[in-house]
Ligand binder design. Structure first.
Ligand code: HEC
Length: 92
């Protein structure tokens, strides 16, 4: 019985580690194609690195994502954009 409990705890901690927000958001940025044009940190690609954009704050980042002139080709859902804007703003 004790063994079962230990395995249960181990499985739970693995699950929690797997849902770390930073990793989830980087996966999201990859899925939505952001990383074709942006690095998370470091050198500029087509656009600035996310770390360099963090200082803009969540609202301006979200506005830039909804700006057709800048990101007309981006097909991310509204939920994804919100999550990504929050994640990028948190890097400052
Ligand atoms: C086709 C290339 C491309 C893709 C794909 C792309 N971006 Fe951009 N992004 C740019 C360019 C170019 C700029 C710089 C625009 C400017 O300076 O006016 C930019 C600017 C930004 C900025 C800075 C805000 C600003 O006003 O300059 C952020 C934050 C950003 N992008 C996030 C994202 C996120 C998140 C995604 C994915 C959902 C994404 N981008 C997908 C090209 C892209």
């Amino acid at each position: 019985m004790k063994t079962v409990a230990i395995i249960g705890v181990a499985a739970l901690s693995l699950t929690l580690a797997g849902t770390a927000p930073a990793l989830a958001s980087e996966e999201l940025a990859k899925k939505d194609g952001c990383l074709m044009c942006h690095n998370v940190s470091g050198a500029k690609k087509a656009g600035p690195s996310f770390k360099d954009s963090a200082k803009l704050g969540e609202e301006k980042i979200l506005a830039a994502l909804n700006d057709k002139a800048k990101h007309g080709a981006v097909k991310a859902s509204d939920d994804d954009k919100k999550t990504l804007a929050k994640w990028i703003a948190s890097m400052k």
